[in-house]
Design a protein around this ligand. Structure first.
Ligand code: MG
Length: 317
């Protein structure tokens, strides 16, 4: 057992490495968030939200440089099927895409004529649809964006279809939706609610939804896990369906059954994680001022193949 790891369930022993240690890759941010690993370029991009910049860690030599500044206070990122960076931006209150030529495209910034609050975290389904959370953290004050009232008056999770240009809320009963991720087969969507930041005794949990067969709507939404140390912010799943989430004292790992399997201790508050490296067996951890990493015995889940193009049959989806 690695000394930084706490085993709470025997299953965790098979997910961690006895010789692996938590490595500090870089220090110097105010609030590190939104890691996204680019396998082709062997680098990791993440956000330093209050400093209005994105950083880039080069896996080939360990160097860190500024990727973009100003960054419109980007928060969460992901990589789409075509290898492009998709970003949540607090300041522009939008979800954007960085094209292959480096230009920035605003994909969606409002619904029914009302601007979003401040998109926070984002995932992309195998069908190309973009799912993102929209809490108010980026408009609450000027620290991580520009202070402004909420035009929508609520904080939802949305599904945006860039092909059709449509956008619709898929949840409407969250206080502050935050991190989100699909199960490996995309039949489940996990969404964190960090509402305790705004409501006394409010939610500090992750809920689990079933994704409809047509991939457009959610059902269920039971509480999957409640945080026992700080808050769950961003998280990712591994190939086995285990959920690796940020928390106040490090990274917590939950089995598909909701059991807390173990923890990786991190000396700073963790905001988000992602799997990377050529074998996807390295967990990158954004934690306040620093970027950490640890090798694991499991791998980050891979997005399923895109659905076949053609007429949809009665069981498609
Ligand atoms: Mg977040």
């Amino acid at each position: 057992m690695a000394p930084t790891c706490t085993v709470l369930d025997d299953r965790f022993e098979r997910l961690i490495l006895g010789t692996a240690r938590l490595e500090t890759l870089w220090t110097g941010s105010r609030w590190a968030e939104g890691p996204a690993y680019f396998a082709a370029g062997r680098y990791l991009v993440w956000s330093d939200i209050p400093n209005n910049r994105m950083l880039r860690w080069d896996e080939t030599d360990g160097s860190v440089s500024v990727f973009r500044q100003p960054s419109h206070n980007t928060n969460g990122h992901t990589v789409d099927r075509e290898g492009r960076l998709v970003s949540c931006e607090h300041q522009s209150r939008s979800v954007t895409r960085t094209e292959h030529d480096g230009s920035r495209t605003v994909l969606v910034d409002r619904i029914a004529g009302k601007r979003f609050n401040s998109p926070n975290d984002v995932v992309i389904k195998s069908d190309g649809t973009i799912w993102f959370s929209d809490p108010t953290y980026g408009i609450d004050c000027d620290y991580e964006g520009d202070a402004a009232p909420s035009e929508i008056g609520a904080s939802h999770v949305y599904r945006h279809d860039p092909a059709g240009g449509t956008c619709a809320a898929v949840t409407t009963d969250f206080v502050q939706p935050n991190g989100l991720a699909f199960s490996p087969d995309e039949r489940l969507l996990y969404i964190a609610d960090t509402g305790v930041s705004h409501v006394k005794d409010g939610p500090r949990h992750i809920r689990r939804f079933a994704v409809a067969r047509d991939g457009r709507t959610l059902s269920g939404g039971e509480v999957f896990a409640t945080c026992d140390a700080g808050l769950f912010d961003g998280f990712r799943l591994d190939v086995l369906g285990n959920l690796w989430t940020s928390a106040g004292d490090g990274v917590h790992c939950y089995g598909p059954d909701g059991a807390l399997l173990g923890k990786i201790g991190v000396p700073e508050v963790v905001a988000n994680v992602c799997f990377g490296g050529p074998k996807r067996n390295r967990l990158f951890i954004c934690a306040t001022t620093s970027l950490y990493a640890i090798f694991l015995r499991t791998q980050g889940c891979v997005r399923p193949p895109a659905p076949a193009v053609g007429p949809a049959g009665p069981t498609a989806g």
